[in-house]
Design a binder for this molecule. Structure first.
Ligand code: HEC
Ligand SMILES: [Cu+2]
Length: 436
């Protein structure tokens, strides 16, 4: 056997190990929970640090003793037989007492943190209702009458109290950067609260479901935007309005218009008829969302797209008015039953927030992502989604609508009479994107 030159190999091995260990330092960990962004993180990080410290001390002491013993008392050729002993009371008491003491140092802060986290949230906390669905997230702000999906806005510096419910099976709510997870349990309302610290800068953070909940559990994600209090107010002011282009928005526009005319100081706009696909008109507070150009790479979906063809020229020519007619006219419910599962505030609704099977689409055009954080909200991705959602997201409750598309859920092709052609889909896409 070739002789192993221990003296030569050892330094190399030690160096390799050190480099490996150092590789864990630095770098960007956007989904790490070891950030001190909330008091919930603080508690967990404190316990973790203490556990690591004590654990490391124990590890080093035990390993040093072990290695020392192995070498010092190894069998030597012709050596005497080892001394025979029968236990050592002092030693045994010591090595029972030390771990017990260490556990006390771990248990006390752990229990204290658990009690702190289970306390009731401060009375002035922002209330957010989180409702888990297979496989997406509904967020409601009861204070403001806002219902939205998959994108959560939180003001920096204000405590937020989440009430957690599920519409179906167990889920678990987790925004690693903002602290611990909590389960959504059937027939029970759970709570979790924390405060994004005053010192934080606005950020886009990832969230996820962390309790296995079926086919698309891994595809049940969401984005959280921690924004300044002023920006949050802007977001709220816009999100609580009805959808632009809805009949109710038309009425609001007319009212705002006459109000503007009454005040001569404000330059009066001549055109007062708002087309359905109007870009953000000043009648509804201007949409404020987390700026798209500030989205970090980790918050931009990169889910692979299906190879389905879609004519980009059709998309560019999408007619929002025709799309709206498809969705809102009851005569079209057979082909486009969208509004039986989705709610658009201010429009013809067949569902309510409480029985809608799909996400509220009121300000869908202002969202960066859809499909529970899986897809970028652009025209092409949206068109493919309407064509065949279950082909893009396994198990999706949203059915296949594209004529000729294969619905993997019921293993059937969509017949021409029942589905939507690409032109109709392009029109619906234009309408959905106009929902600013
Ligand atoms: C049977 C109920 C149902 C019908 C009908 C339905 N959807 Fe959906 N839709 C859903 C569900 C459920 C989701 C969430 C899917 C997911 O993310 O897992 C969804 C998601 C969506 C989304 C993405 C929303 C988001 O924020 O993630 C859009 C857009 C959408 N549907 C549009 C439509 C259109 C347009 C139609 C009609 C052509 C339609 N839906 C018909 C149930 C439905
Ligand atoms: Cu899940």
């Amino acid at each position: 056997m070739p002789k192993l030159h221990l003296r030569r190999v050892a330094p190399v091995a030690v160096l390799a190990l050190a480099l490996l260990a150092l590789a864990a330092c630095g770098g960007d960990y956007p989904n790490s929970t070891f950030s001190k962004n909330t008091e919930l993180n603080d508690g967990a990080v404190f316990i973790w640090d203490r556990m690591m410290l004590l654990g490391t001390i124990v590890f080093v002491v035990v390993e040093v003793l072990l290695v020392y013993t192995i070498f010092k008392f190894r069998r030597r050729e012709g050596g005497p037989a080892p001394r025979q002993i029968h236990g050592n009371a002092a030693l045994e008491i010591t090595w029972t007492a030390i771990p017990a003491l260490i556990l006390v140092f771990l248990a006390v802060p752990t229990v204290r943190t658990i009690f702190e986290n289970q306390r009731k949230a401060p009375a002035n906390a922002l209330q957010v209702e989180v409702i888990g669905h297979q496989w997406w997230w509904e967020f409601r702000y009861p204070e403001y009458g806002i219902t939205t999906a998959n994108e959560l806005y939180l003001p920096i510096g204000r405590t937020v109290n989440f009430s957690l419910r599920t519409r179906d099976v167990l889920h678990s709510f987790w925004i690693p950067q903002l602290g611990g997870k909590r389960d959504l349990i059937a027939n029970k309302v759970n709570y979790i609260w924390f405060t994004p610290k005053e010192t934080l800068s606005p950020a886009a953070l990832n969230g996820a479901c962390v309790e296995y909940c079926g086919a698309s559990h891994a595809n049940m994600r969401f984005r959280t935007f921690t924004v300044t209090a002023a920006d949050f107010d802007k977001w709220v002011a816009h999100q609580k309005t009805v959808a632009i282009g809805s009949p109710a928005a038309g009425a609001a526009a007319a009212a705002a218009d006459s109000a503007a005319k009454a005040k001569p100081a404000v330059p009066v706009k001549t055109a007062s008829i708002i087309p359905v696909a109007a870009p953000a008109e000043p009648t509804v507070p201007e949409a404020w969302v987390f700026p798209a150009d500030k989205l970090p790479a980790y918050a931009i979906p990169s889910t692979p797209m299906p190879a389905t063809a879609f004519d980009d020229a059709l998309l560019a020519a999408g007619d929002a008015k025709a799309g709206r007619e498809l969705l809102m006219n009851p005569a079209n419910l057979g082909k486009a039953p969208c509004m039986t599962c989705h709610v658009v505030k201010g429009e013809t609704n067949y569902a309510t927030d409480d029985n809608a099977k799909g996400p509220n689409l009121t300000h869908f055009g202002t969202r960066h992502t859809f499909g529970a954080g899986l897809f970028r909200n652009d025209a092409r991705t949206l068109a493919l989604w309407i064509k065949n959602a279950p082909a893009m997201k396994p198990g999706s409750v949203m059915p296949t609508f594209g004529v000729g598309e294969f619905n993997p859920m019921i293993k059937q092709q969509v017949p021409a009479a029942a589905g939507l052609d690409d032109k109709q889909i392009a029109d619906i896409v234009a309408y959905l994107r106009s929902l600013k």
